[in-house]
Design a protein around this ligand. Structure first.
Ligand SMILES: Cc1cc2nc3c(=O)[nH]c(=O)nc-3n(C[C@H](O)[C@H](O)[C@H](O)COP(=O)(O)OP(=O)(O)OC[C@H]3O[C@@H](n4cnc5c(N)ncnc54)[C@H](O)[C@@H]3O)c2cc1C
Length: 389
């Protein structure tokens, strides 16, 4: 069955396409847009966090209704140092994302609509419906690509109802004072209410394999070790996020074959954290500015943007190589502890991908936490794929 042709069809109702749909509704309400999601709700089951400094003031303003929790500071804990980092830290929950977008977008959203095939101007649903548009943006999440050399940030998080208040003033972004297993391990804790926490057992690992039962036990053991008695586990989420160490960006984009793409499918994520909310916001702003929404024009604009982002991320991939390739896996936590000696402003610019030349010099100077010659080998442009920006 054919539906009425649209200006834009967004395939996948996750973070990136949800942001695009919402920004278009705000700035271009005259456009005919359809957002197609396989699941029963938009945004899946995530807690997406970002720092204030990841976005500019205008972006923070339009994203604000999605923010379910906000804190003024956070801490990081290593054996070597305890550090409080000033600056707003925000959490967008899937629940809030679904609630706000469903309300604001109304009939634009079509849930429980799994797609079998996505083409530049057409999407085919499993129930036989055919969606035509000037352009279809494929935002169906991460698609494994042999052109990207990846490592992983993987985690399992439990939302815990406690028997009594935890007393935390803000998030613990990294507590690395835990046994170091499977690479760099830390626990990430968000205080969602006075007696409710999200506790995530997290790894910077070489492989994507994740053992939910083991991580569940470790998250609960961690809560017990902190003196947080658990009344109930309310929810669970898990993730395996891409950490880029290298890549052949030309081959990656040849593989898209003129299909407009968004989010992780467009390679738009922070190379060192795998987080993608700030990139999703920037892409939504970019798309909302386009007058020509034909598939070839959109594919070209998105590719140009994503290639520029990739080039600007060269330094981050070099740091990732230092983290993953220069020393033994069990020593990785020292690289992070060393990084957190740096000032708050620089830490913010690191997460916001806004490092200056002076910042970069500052990051790589000082007594290196990995053997000097190994670090030098992996910091330099690598074997095959890329060259410096
Ligand atoms: C648990 C978790 C927590 C994360 N936390 C953060 C964080 O704190 N901050 C941050 O910036 N990043 C975070 N990330 C990383 C990254 O931002 C997310 O993975 C983000 O959701 C990726 O956005 P996306 O739009 O590319 O894909 P997704 O948000 O995964 O969206 C893809 C959507 O497409 C739908 N879909 C897939 N196949 C089909 C189909 N055939 N037909 C129709 N629909 C389909 C999916 O159901 C999904 O809703 C997290 C990831 C995970 C997994």
């Amino acid at each position: 069955m054919r539906t009425e042709a649209q200006d834009l069809v967004l395939a996948g109702g996750g973070l990136a396409n949800g942001m695009i749909a919402w920004r278009l509704r705000q700035l271009r309400p005259e456009l005919r847009v359809t957002l197609l999601e396989a699941g029963p709700t938009l945004g899946g089951n995530h807690t997406w966090c970002f720092h204030d400094s990841d976005l500019d003031a205008a972006q923070r303003a339009w994203v604000a209704p999605l923010v379910a929790h906000r804190w003024a500071q956070h801490v990081v804990l290593f054996d070597e140092r305890t550090r409080t980092v000033a600056g707003g830290y925000n959490a967008v929950t899937s629940e809030r994302f679904h609630e706000v977008l469903s309300r604001e977008l109304g009939a634009v959203v079509r849930r429980s609509t799994p797609l079998l095939e996505v083409r530049p101007r057409q999407a085919l649903a499993a129930d036989g419906q055919v969606f035509d548009a000037q352009a279809v943006i494929d935002g169906r999440g991460f698609a494994p690509s042999p052109q990207l050399d990846l490592r992983y940030q993987k985690f399992l998080g439990l939302e815990l109802q406690l028997e009594r208040p935890h007393g935390l003033a803000g998030p613990i972004l990294m507590d690395a004072r835990v046994p170091q297993l499977d690479g760099y391990r830390f626990v990430y804790t968000l205080p969602l209410a006075a007696d409710r926490l999200l506790v995530e057992d997290t790894y910077y690992a070489d492989t994507p394999a994740l053992s939910p039962a083991a991580l569940r036990t470790r998250a609960l053991d961690y809560a017990a070790s902190q003196g947080w008695p658990v009344a109930r586990v309310l929810r669970e989420e898990q993730g395996v996020l891409p950490i880029a160490i290298d890549g052949d960006i030309d081959a990656f984009w040849r593989g898209r074959q003129g299909q407009p793409v968004s989010g992780l499918r467009a390679g738009l994520f922070h190379p060192t954290t795998g987080y993608s909310l700030p990139q999703a916001v920037r892409l939504a702003d970019l798309i909302a500015r386009q007058r020509d929404l034909s598939a070839p024009a959109l594919a070209a604009v998105i590719e140009r943007h994503a290639r520029a982002v990739w080039r600007s991320q060269f330094f981050f991939r070099a740091l990732n190589r230092m983290l993953f390739l220069a020393g033994p896996a069990e020593g990785r936590h020292r690289v992070l502890a060393h990084f957190y000696r740096l000032p708050d402003g620089l830490v913010g610019r690191f997460y916001g991908e806004r490092l200056t030349v002076a910042d970069k010099l500052r990051i790589v100077t000082g007594k290196p936490p990995v053997p000097f010659f190994s670090a030098l080998k992996v910091l330099l442009p690598p074997r095959r794929m890329e060259s410096p920006a």
